[in-house]
Ligand binder design. Sequence first.
Ligand SMILES: Cc1ncc(COP(=O)(O)O)c(C=O)c1O
Length: 396
Amino acid sequence: MFEKFEKLPDDPILGILTSYRNDDNPKKIDLSVGVYKNEDGLTPIFDAVKKAETKKLSEETSKTYTSIEGDPVFCEFIQRLVLGDDHVVIKEKRSGAVSTPGGSGALRVAGEVINGWKPGANLWVSTPSWPNHIPLLSTAGLTVKEYPYYDGINHVIKTDEMLTQISKLTKDDILLLHACCHNPSGADLDFETWKEITTLAQKNGFTPFVDCAYQGLGLGLDADVEGLRYMASHLPELIIAYSCSKNFGLYRERVGSTIIITENPATTDAAWTHMKSVARRLYSVPPAHGAIIVGMILGDKELKNSWKAELDQMQQNINTLRGLFTESIQTKSENRDFNFVKSQRGMFSILGLTVEQVIQLREEFSIYMVNNSRINIAGVSATNIDYLADSIATVL
Ligand SMILES: Cc1ncc(COP(=O)(O)O)c(C=O)c1O
């Protein structure tokens, strides 16, 4: 069987990281993979995570299987984190969650549940979007279609074109939105647009599906999910895929959640059994360690405050770097306007370089970014910012 296989190309993002690791230029800069890095280029473990882990390890008595839905404490707190304790959906017990292997697992469980409802249903994804959305959700059986989102020349959201397309969706369509820190563009919907999309969903009956992978890293824990919460309180149904990879720094522990909101608790209970049935046949039970850590942090005032403070600091660092990077590149490349980088949110922005320029940066300057010139702002630091801006100015 295997002699028939031909070698596949490297993953477009993780493959770049491998090249970066093999580069021995001391000035090399990695702006590719979406992980937070501090000033020393390290992806730190949150203090609250370390404390919760120490406690967990000393208290845990068994590694027996967790249930299909995962840790119930995690499932409860993650819904409260994304929706807010006082949200009408929480009060009316209209949401249900399962713990999943990361945000990717959450997306896939949701995709399979949707496909079980209507095989081959249309799933509308923004152009551009996180590169794994399409492979991950189309292989769940969904028919992926794209709606216009970002204008890479003028660096703005194509709001009118997007709304025109969305206004044509019907009750048979699912609309995938990014809650905040849009990956790869860093351009987020404003609250008015969230409201307009909600009105269209009320009128035409399509179901929004919100991918929330960066809560707390754009404007703050509440501000980042303002649009999502509005939708959840104005629509009968909503699907959420949540990732704790970035905002808890638990990347490799694989912590995420699929959350389904329906019109009433009985329907939610039924939908929950479908999520569990999908999980059982995909991976049986989710990884437990990271989810238990998140549950411990969110359930303990002191740990939660410590986690929030560290997350706030990360968010501020990212926004400070956005300002510094814009200032530096702007003085060195006067003919180009890079001010959009300062106003965008989260870890990513697309610089608008050609593939040739991106490759030149990689080969001549050891600066690694994705071919569409998406950069991870957290890869910029006070020590590399001038080298980075000079190199970009040279290739421009
Ligand atoms: C928009 C978006 N959704 C989902 C994910 C998946 O996250 P995880 O690493 O938790 O699977 C990512 C990861 O980069 C992402 O950027």
